[in-house]
Design a protein around this ligand. Structure first.
Ligand code: DC
Length: 239
């Protein structure tokens, strides 16, 4: 499957800085954003609010037909909209993250979400953030980044992030929830969290968000030069 417009994928575990990085890149490039974790989180939220059993694969899978999610580039952030209205609920809690990770193990959910996620690839390009963006959803992306960091670093970043959003968190509970989610995301049968063979591995343990962004912008420049050289050679070597 070839993408009509260029795609950059940013995959990796929770608390590694994917969200910040992908939003910054989308802003700088003026491209569209797909934060695929948000889709799983919104499905989890709808299921919880409507008292749908979180283990009921079919009932959760059909919810996908009822949602329209958009990431709207506003002045200093991306607004998440669900069916035309801004999502104001706390979907970024670790609790919702854990439910999201549970429903993300369902075959029917991932199957129904596959084409939906691909519809985000629009002019002029897309920055896609998640777990399987480079492996399953956009396998022909022009640049694939797999961002990772030590567990200790991810844990403290996540804690900081939740504190900044004024979510009251219990340290021990948070720790076990992150471990449980990691375990599930890495070991599930369908689209597990693994780097694509052609992805660039970037260890962000000792890097600031700014340093990560600078490195990735350099990779983007390199891959743009590379793809325009390939394009030039192909058009000029056609006899
Ligand atoms: O990126 P996040 O923390 O917002 O994602 C929440 C959960 O959603 C994550 O633990 C697993 C699931 N997810 C997934 O399975 N595949 C994706 N591409 C994105 C998220």
């Amino acid at each position: 499957m070839n993408n009509i417009f260029p795609v950059i994928t940013i995959d990796g575990p929770s608390g590694v800085g994917k969200g910040t990085l992908s939003r910054q890149l989308a802003k700088i490039l003026g491209w569209n954003l797909l934060d695929s974790g948000v889709i799983y989180r919104i499905l989890a939220l709808i299921a919880l609010e409507n008292k749908i059993n979180i283990n009921h694969e079919e009932k959760i899978a059909v919810l996908i037909d009822t949602i329209h999610i958009a990431f709207i580039n506003s002045k200093n952030r991306f607004i998440i909209s669900l069916n035309g209205k801004e999502v104001k609920k706390n979907i970024f809690t670790e609790n919702i993250g854990n439910y999201a990770s549970k429903i993300a193990t369902f075959y029917q959910v991932r199957k129904n979400l596959l084409m939906y996620q691909r519809t985000f690839c629009k002019y002029p390009g897309l920055v896609a953030d998640g777990r399987d963006m480079g492996t399953v959803v956009f396998p022909s992306a022009m640049l694939k980044i797999f961002l990772y960091a030590s567990f200790k670093e991810r844990k403290s970043r996540r804690l900081h992030q939740l504190h900044n959003k004024s979510f009251n968190v219990n340290f021990r509970t948070l720790l076990s929830q992150i471990r449980e989610r990691d375990e599930r995301d890495y070991n599930r049968k369908l689209a597990p969290l693994i780097p694509a063979i052609d992805s660039l591995m970037l260890d962000s343990t000792h890097l600031s968000a700014e340093e990560v962004k600078t490195k990735v912008l350099m990779y983007i420049r390199e891959s743009l030069v590379l793809s325009s050289t390939v394009l030039y050679n192909t058009t000029h070597n056609q006899g």
